[in-house]
Design a protein around this ligand. Structure first.
Ligand code: C2O
Ligand code: CU
Length: 483
């Protein structure tokens, strides 16, 4: 056991730091801390992967444990993970556990929560799996290049009693900007991408292949976990002839429901868990198509039915997930805050459309020129972030309820992500949401206003940013301090 190996002094110190972040909120049960951890190793290194169909060369990528996506890590809720990470890249990196509510020191943001892991260096991440659900991991250093180069993997935390399904399958969806020789175009952080919708690739993969190919049987029930690991691409999936039921969003249970207009919309960094009843005929084929962008609809999966059904009729088993232990925000006592987003192409038009005032940084030709030249062209409450440790732009009282009104005064979509917490999405453009879904990244449409609510129960300085990674690099980022 690692803890026994520590000297008493360092143990007391480390223990005190963990106790300080956990005891106050009571989120991390002592019993889990005392039990043995599940051990994993992750190694980030250059490798090659056959992303394109076989007639094309393999693609040089960066990967975890040599595979695209990285090894799926699976544990049970309540277990403790200990992940020994090794950096075999030629540059600094970190591992961020996206959507996991964990102690600040394990969050994997360079300079803010830990020193970056140097080339050849190691870091041990250790935390309790407090919430069951579908999560993922990726670097938080130069994310727009490191994530796009292939560093991403799923982290699945199983419920103690999962709802019945015949199979449990994960699809990590990604896209790439590939050339005919198999290499990636190296134009990471290109200003055209930063100022528009981000680096959208020309080639989609599901679990590292050009498409998911699934063999199914009629009346089988599949739990399908979707992860969007792309830098910028938003998916809107249509399951021809099937009726997918959404049972979780961003890992968190939601009242099982059919998505609006039948499409599963999943923005970068988001996860959606589906219950998929395979209601097609034996021997038939069905397809899954991405229809988010009007141009370039693409088939992302083919599902072939075996000649014999699995059972005589469609399953009618319950599909509700047990709730996770997230504190419920008190709407009456909640403190209110507001965050405005500005910038990008057509920024002025967007501000005018909402009848808002122009932020000072954008108010003159010189200001705009300065933004363009520095590449910092997205603003959070009037400021573009530079580096990983900007002064907190928002302070939230610890263990209090907060409602944040967010205004997307831009012409672009933004999946806005907060670290260390899950929040309820309570309204869109003033209209209460139907499911008050818990999320850690909320997709804001152009000009949209979204309200979120949560208890700030996890102390620390937390990253808050757009998960279109080029927007993040272009300044759409800040630090929220819970104290
Ligand atoms: Cu998925 Cu700040 O990250
Ligand atoms: Cu954005």
């Amino acid at each position: 056991m690692q803890q026994n190996a520590l000297t008493r002094r360092s143990f007391v110190k480390a223990g005190a730091a963990i106790a300080a972040t956990t005891a106050a909120s009571g989120l991390w049960p002592a019993s889990a801390r005392a039990s043995a951890a599940r051990e994993f190793t992750l190694r980030a290194a250059p490798s090659k992967s056959q992303l394109l169909p076989a007639q094309y060369p393999a693609t040089p990528v960066w990967s975890y444990n040599g595979s695209i996506p990285g090894q799926e890590i699976r544990v049970r809720q309540g277990e403790r993970l200990r992940v020994t990470f090794e950096n075999a890249l030629a540059e600094d990196t970190t591992v961020h556990w996206h959507g996991i509510r964990l102690p600040h020191a394990m969050d994997g943001v360079p300079y803010l929560t830990q020193p970056p892991v140097r080339p050849g260096g190691k870091f041990v991440y250790e935390f309790d799996a407090v919430d069951a659900g579908t999560f993922w991991y990726h670097p938080h250093q130069k994310s727009y290049e490191q994530v796009d180069s292939g560093l991403a993997g799923a982290l699945i935390i199983e419920e103690k009693k999962p709802p019945r399904a015949d199979r449990d399958i994960t699809w990590v969806m990604d896209d790439w900007r590939l050339q005919r020789d198999g290499t990636m175009r190296a134009d990471f952080g290109h200003m055209g991408d930063v100022s528009h919708g981000g680096r959208i690739g020309n080639f989609i993969t599901v679990n590292g292949a050009d498409m998911a190919r699934l063999k199914a049987r009629s009346n089988e029930r599949i739990r399908l976990r979707l992860v969007n690991a792309a830098n910028a691409r938003i998916f809107a999936l249509e399951f021809a002839g099937l009726e997918p039921m959404v049972i979780a969003i961003d890992g968190q249970p939601v009242t099982p429901h059919r998505p609006d207009d039948g499409r599963i919309v999943i923005a970068p960094s988001m996860r959606v868990d589906l219950m998929l009843d395979m209601t097609g005929k034996p021997g038939s084929r069905t397809v899954v198509t991405d229809k988010f962008y009007r141009r370039g609809q693409q088939r992302i999966a083919e599902i072939d039915y075996a000649p014999k059904p699995l059972r005589g009729s469609r399953p009618d088993w319950p599909m509700n997930l047990p709730p996770n232990p997230i504190p419920e925000p008190d709407m009456k006592l909640a403190e209110r805050h507001r965050i405005d987003f500005h910038g990008g192409m057509m920024a002025g038009m967007a501000v005018q459309r909402l009848g808002l005032e122009m932020p000072a940084a954008m108010n003159s030709r010189q200001g705009m020129m300065r933004m363009m030249q520095s590449g910092k062209i997205w603003l959070v409450n009037g400021k573009a972030a530079d580096g990983y440790t900007p002064e907190p732009f928002l302070k939230l009282a610890h263990n209090r309820s907060h409602i944040i009104e967010m205004v997307n005064a831009t012409a672009w979509h933004h999946p806005i992500h907060l670290h260390g917490h899950s929040f309820r999405v309570i309204s869109r453009n003033g209209k209460p949401t139907r499911h008050r879904e818990w999320q850690d990244s909320v997709l804001m449409n152009p000009l949209e206003k979204v309200e979120i609510a949560f208890v700030a129960d996890n102390p620390g300085k937390w990253m808050f940013h757009c998960h279109i990674l080029e927007h993040q690099a272009g300044g759409m980022m800040g630090v929220v301090e819970v104290a």
